[in-house]
Design a protein around this ligand. Sequence first.
Ligand code: PEP
Ligand code: MN
Length: 343
Amino acid sequence: MLIVMRHNASTEDVDSVLAVIRDMGYEGRPIPGRQRVAIGLIGNDGKVNSGRLVALPGVLEVIPVTQPYKQVSREWREDSTVIELANGTVMGGRGIVLVAGPCSVESEEQILSVARSLKRAGVTVLRGGAFKPRTSPYAFQGLGREGLELLDRAREETGMAIVTEALDPEGLEMVAEYADVIQIGARNMQNYSLLRAAGRAGVPVLLKRGMSATVQELLLAAEYIVSEGEARVILCERGLRGFDDHARNMLDLTAVVSVHELSHLPIVVDPSHGTGIRTKVPPMARAAVAAGADGVMVEVHPEPDRSVSDAAQAMYPADFADLVGELRGIAQAIGRDLVAPLD
Ligand code: PEP
Ligand code: MN
């Protein structure tokens, strides 16, 4: 439930609404807006009797939130969430963010060389897994802390922000020490203890859609993180498990449109896991920007054929640089732009 205050409501009016909400056994969260303050009511499991609230001084109207997710819904907050990362990259604004890097961090030479070429191409956010969720227990599982140290070195040299995955609540603290954005992978989208821990880590979170999750389930997963106090959540569409083997997954670009309708959170698209095949990545990256994505996340490797994970989908740095030019043109055609490169 949302209590919308009049534009001339005083601080005392807001405080007394909060006091009544507390007295009713719920929690109130003030949401400052451009015109007026709204107060979100949480902690209820079902319908709330709004009788005590509607007639309080300064209250304009009381609106029930119709979706099962609340704080991430557009009903709750009309203005889109804009997230500024530690290096100044803004997610969810007019600028479209480029996130790129290898699937896994493999060595100092690998991550530094790809980071340098990506920076030259205009990328401001570097991705790379140090902890990898692999389908086979015998496959490379990531370099762990050493991988995080290498990402840190790449950040120091290039100024790029770092996105890297946390696999479990136990490892999350270590990842949070290094990451500018903690990635929660598709396989973990409904790992609720991990989501809660991520919501308490004090670091923005990139939440990937589960491979068979509905948009509603994705938004409810985001609600877990936001309900723990972390409002800086970036959603990511990365393709769904389908019946057809022409691509690794079916990339659902309508999710971008649906998420923007239903939620104020930014959404990026990962055409690499979304297709699984190098040649299919650029067209779907272009389509993602055209569809209104707030960013694209692409796997790029200095020597794709040598990539220890997801080699078939890794792009060559030079091809990715060409793609960036195309994405800029598409962004500008729809009244947006790519975020400015780092100096
Ligand atoms: C990844 O980004 O490297 C990854 C493992 O992605 P997903 O969780 O979408 O499979
Ligand atoms: Mn990968």
